[in-house]
Write a protein of this length. Structure first.
Length: 660
């Protein structure tokens, strides 16, 4: 044995790498628990142009050095970078926020480094305060300044370092120098999708174009021209999106009659979801509705009124859809050669054939379906409500949404996924902007609190869109609760979440008759027949819907789901929550009689900090529904809600003069 030792350096993982060059020491820093991030960045986190990205990360190191951290955001299609400093908030947690105003795909990294100047500055201040000698520390400070200057940073060298220790400009420059030193660490790029406003905030109104005739015979089929006239009503109510069920040709084979009857009379219009006939399929317009030119006029008229048109995307076919004969390989066959009709247990759809998304010719099929979306995008549709996406492959949706967004990053997809929670969440992860959920059936304050708190846990990728009813869902609570329940559910849907919707005419006019009991299907459902709606009926709750949308539009606190806080109420039938804007200036407090069966009263115990108020504060609450104004003080305040007089308070909260 010679007694001589070769020079080595340790690579990542502890593997020795012979080398004549000394290796830099491994980083002492750790970056963990980053938000927003989804499944360790396997999927893309969601943000929007109307809500700042609030970044959180745990940043720490061994020892007692002073650390610094930042985040860098890059749009994948543009070279400009946005940097933000992260600030420590305790227990090694760091935060920062940034507004990103360009839609599309972004990436961000989190960086951390040791800042020796800040460590030195704090140490010398502490020694001075203790009356200790700092002559050695002054030499250390001068050495740090010299190192920064030698690296090309503009720092003062001809002054006593003590004079620079409190200079914020010097601290900023030295912080930048410290970032260049060895030993820092940066995460790999992490994905972030920034969407336009309507993906994050909006009020939806669903209606059937064929039921828009005013006057005339009871079952006269409406047209897209009639729909143009109806748009004024929807705009007057303050909605943002008009959602239309399928507008395509409807098959004759196994056409459904009224109330989902298995036989139809010749005059029965059938279900719009039985798509396809001799006139065409998913890119055609039903002849009785009009033409594609009429549809273009609808889109233009909606835009003129500040509305957007959302189309139903139902990837299924009637037996007469052209694809059934032109592409028979796209449909699964039973042993006898027939095609099994569609099912979504417990429901059956005898007039619909499901598409086989995993057929041998799946690539051509998927391309054809993407072309359907592109067709309607070319005709001005940028929002799609997707029917039963949970019955189609996740991989298909991830591919389709990616394909469309590559050329049209402003297209918004809403998943009608009334399904198991993990399936619903996976659809959001693969790209859906918004999701229907279980709000419709959460009827007590306890159920609602638990459900919304569950949604908070997945807020980095799932945006709820709350609907109290749909053409498929007339809940038992609406059937039996009368006007107070309709009003209560409207307030809950509109103000609990940034996105909500109603199946419009039926909700406005308190439609509550089921086809049978127990059943959640409407009697005389619009899905199977033309309806005539008298929107001027005196029992309409249109004024409430209008006022709720006015409140939503005027208050930024209601444009996000990120800062919702629940408050305790003594009465278990009352739900209280607040929302606060990102800048803290707009604060809304909502208190709702959820049961809406009898007068509910009790003390509401407020989290004053969540309202931006100090303990014991005196403050003003102005009811945006009634116009009444109250002076409240402290955390505990009394409320009483008679559902036949008012089902809710919607308070704008402002601190009284002199309260800080």
């Amino acid at each position: 044995m010679s007694g001589r030792h070769s020079s080595t350096k340790v690579r990542d993982g502890g593997v020795a790498d012979p080398s004549s060059e000394p290796a830099p020491a491994p980083t002492r820093l750790a970056i963990e628990v980053i938000h927003p991030i989804v499944d360790a960045a396997r999927f893309t986190a969601k943000a929007s142009v109307i809500e700042p990205v609030e970044l959180v990360a745990d940043v720490f190191a061994d020892g007692h050095d002073h650390l610094a951290a930042s985040a860098t955001f890059r749009h994948t299609g543009f070279p400009v970078e946005t940097d933000i400093d992260l600030v420590p908030v305790g227990n090694d947690r760091w935060t920062g926020s940034v507004a990103l105003d360009r839609i599309g795909r972004w990436e961000f990294t989190v960086s951390a480094w040791i800042d020796p100047w800040e460590y030195w500055r704090r140490a010398i201040a502490a020694r001075r305060a203790a009356g200790a000698d700092v002559s050695a520390e002054l030499l250390d400070g001068a050495a740090l300044l010299r190192r920064a200057a030698d690296a090309g940073f503009d720092v003062p060298l001809d002054v006593d370092p003590a004079a620079t220790s409190a200079d914020p400009d010097v601290a900023t420059t030295m912080r930048s120098w410290a970032r260049t030193l060895p030993g820092g660490t940066t995460t790999p790029p992490l994905p972030l999708e920034v969407a336009r406003e309507r993906a994050a905030y909006g009020a939806w109104y669903e209606l059937f174009p064929r039921s828009t005739v005013v006057g005339g015979p009871e079952h006269e089929h409406g047209t897209l021209v009639d729909l143009v006239d109806r748009l004024g009503h929807v705009a007057d109510l303050g909605f943002d999106v008009v959602y239309l069920p399928p507008i395509h040709p409807i098959g004759l084979t196994a056409r459904k009659g009224p109330d989902n009857r298995l036989t139809a009379d010749p005059a029965d219009p059938g279900s719009p979801w039985a798509i396809g006939a001799a006139d065409g399929g998913h890119t055609a317009v039903h002849r009785e509705l009009g033409t594609i030119a009429n549809f273009d006029r609808v889109v233009a008229a909606a835009n003129e009124r500040g509305l957007e048109i959302a189309l139903d995307l139902a990837f299924q076919c009637s037996p007469e859809h052209p694809w059934v004969t032109e592409h028979p390989q796209w449909f699964a066959r039973r042993a006898d050669g027939t095609i099994r009709t569609a099912e979504n247990p417990p429901k059956r759809y005898e007039d619909i054939y499901p598409i086989d998304f995993s057929c041998a010719d799946w690539e051509s099929l998927w391309t054809a379906l993407a072309d359907v979306v592109r067709h309607w995008v070319d005709h001005g549709v940028k929002i799609f409500r997707v029917d039963n996406p949970h019955t189609k492959p996740f991989a298909f949706w991830q591919w389709l949404i990616g394909e469309i967004r590559a050329d049209h990053p402003d297209v918004v997809f809403l998943a009608e996924a009334f399904t198991r929670p993990r399936v619903l969440e996976r659809l959001a992860k693969v790209g859906f902007d918004q999701s229907y959920g279980y709000f419709t059936w959460k009827r007590t304050p306890t159920e609602l609190r638990e459900y919304l708190r569950d949604l908070d846990e997945v807020a980095d990728f799932l945006r709820p869109n709350l609907w109290p009813n749909t053409p498929d869902i007339l809940t038992e609570q609406l059937q039996n609760g009368g006007r107070p329940v309709f009003e209560s559910r409207a307030v809950l849907a509109a103000l609990l979440a940034a996105n909500y919707g109603v199946y419009g005419p039926a909700y406005e006019l308190l439609e509550a008759q089921p086809v049978r009991r127990p059943s959640e299907d409407y009697a005389s459902s619009e899905k199977y027949e033309v309806r005539r709606w008298d929107l001027d009926e005196p029992q309409s709750i249109a004024p409430l819907l209008r006022r709720l949308n006015e409140i939503r539009a005027a208050h930024p606190a209601l444009h996000s789901d990120r800062r919702r806080v629940f408050h305790h109420c003594d009465d278990p039938g009352v739900l209280a929550w607040s929302k606060r804007s990102f800048d803290g200036r707009d604060v809304i407090l909502v208190i709702v009689n959820v049961e809406a069966d009898l007068t509910r009263s009790g003390m509401v115990r407020l989290d004053l900090d969540a309202l931006g108020l100090p303990p014991g504060a005196t403050f003003t609450v102005a009811d945006l529904l009634s116009g009444e104004i109250y002076q409240w003080q402290g955390a505990d305040n009394y409320v009483a809600l008679d559902p036949h007089r008012r089902v809710a308070h919607v308070f704008e909260v402002t601190a009284s003069e002199g309260t800080s």
